[in-house]
Design a protein around this ligand. Structure first.
Ligand SMILES: [Zn+2]
Length: 250
C-alpha cells in the first residue's frame, strides 16, 4: 500500500468517532421525526447547550460519567457505543481496503450502524436510510468492478423479492407479518452491494447472529417469546458488512 493510501486510511479512522457522534444524533432524532441537523446539541432533559468538551466523542461521555454537566440527567450509552462502533468500522475497513473502496466501505458500514441502532430500539428501518443503499451499491460496483454490475442489479431485485415472498409465506402460516418491508429494502440494498451470489451468506450470517443474541438473552433469563421482536435489520446489516468485507462464506 503506498503512502497516500495510508494517509487516507489514517484520516478515515481519525474522523470516524466524530461521524459516530453524528450517527448517534440521527439514531435518536430520526425515529421521532425531529430535524437531524438542528443547531447545537442540547441536553434533552434541561435543554442546556452542550459544551465543546462534552461533544468530544467517547471522551466527553467518560469525563461527564454519562451525565449532563448542568442537570446530571443520564446521557444515553448509545452515544459512546455508536462512536466506538463507527471507529471500529473504519479501522476494520482500513485493514481490508484502501482508496475509493475504503471510502465506500465506511459509507456502507456507518449507514448500517445507524440502521442497526434504530432497528434495535424502534423496530424500524427508515426508507431514507435503506433505499439510498441500492443506488449507492450499484454505483460502487460499476466503479470498482464494472463486469459485476448485472449480478448486483439482479441481487437488488432478488433480495427484495425473496424477503417479500418469505414474509407472505410467514403471514399465511402465522396470520401476521414476520418481517417488515424495511427488511426487504435493506436486503435489496445488500444485493446491490454484494450481488445475488452474496445474498445467501448475508442471510445466513444475519440469522445466525440474531439466533445467537436471542439465545444469550434466553440464557440470561430474559426468556424467548415466539412473537418477540428482534430488530432483524440490525443482524442483516451485520451479515452484509461481513460479506462485503470478507466475501461470501462459500
Ligand atoms: Zn441537562
Amino acid at each position: 500500500m503506498d503512502t497516500h493510501l495510508n494517509v487516507m486510511s489514517f484520516w478515515f479512522v481519525l474522523i470516524a468517532p466524530f461521524v459516530g457522534s453524528f450517527l448517534g444524533l440521527v439514531a435518536v432524532r430520526l425515529p421521532g421525526g425531529q430535524p437531524v441537523v438542528a443547531g447545537r446539541s442540547k441536553c434533552p432533559s434541561c435543554h442546556v447547550t452542550l459544551r465543546i468538551l462534552d461533544l468530544i466523542p467517547v471522551v466527553g461521555w467518560l469525563v461527564l460519567r454519562g451525565r449532563c454537566h448542568a442537570c446530571a440527567a443520564r446521557i444515553s450509552r448509545l452515544y459512546p457505543a455508536i462512536e466506538l462502533a463507527a471507529l471500529a468500522v473504519a479501522a476494520w475497513a482500513a485493514t481490508q481496503t484502501s482508496g475509493v473502496v475504503l471510502a465506500a466501505s465506511c459509507f456502507l458500514g456507518w449507514a448500517l450502524l445507524v440502521l442497526a441502532a434504530i432497528d434495535l430500539e424502534h423496530f424500524l428501518l427508515p426508507d431514507i436510510l435503506t433505499l439510498p443503499l441500492i443506488p449507492a451499491g450499484l454505483a460502487v460496483t460499476f466503479v470498482v468492478n464494472q463486469g459485476a454490475t448485472t449480478n448486483h442489479l439482479i441481487g437488488a431485485v432478488v433480495g427484495f423479492a425473496v424477503l417479500i415472498a418469505v414474509n407472505a409465506a410467514y403471514r399465511q402460516v402465522r396470520g401476521h407479518d414476520g418481517l417488515g418491508l424495511g427488511d426487504a429494502k435493506l436486503f435489496a440494498g445488500a444485493g446491490a452491494w454484494v450481488g445475488w451470489t452474496g445474498l445467501p451468506s448475508v442471510m445466513l450470517l444475519g440469522a445466525a447472529s440474531a439466533l445467537l443474541v436471542a439465545l444469550i438473552g434466553a440464557i440470561r433469563g430474559k426468556g424467548l417469546a415466539a412473537d418477540q421482536k428482534i430488530g432483524f435489520g440490525a443482524y442483516l446489516g451485520l451479515g452484509l458488512w461481513i460479506v462485503w468485507m470478507h466475501g461470501p462464506l462459500i
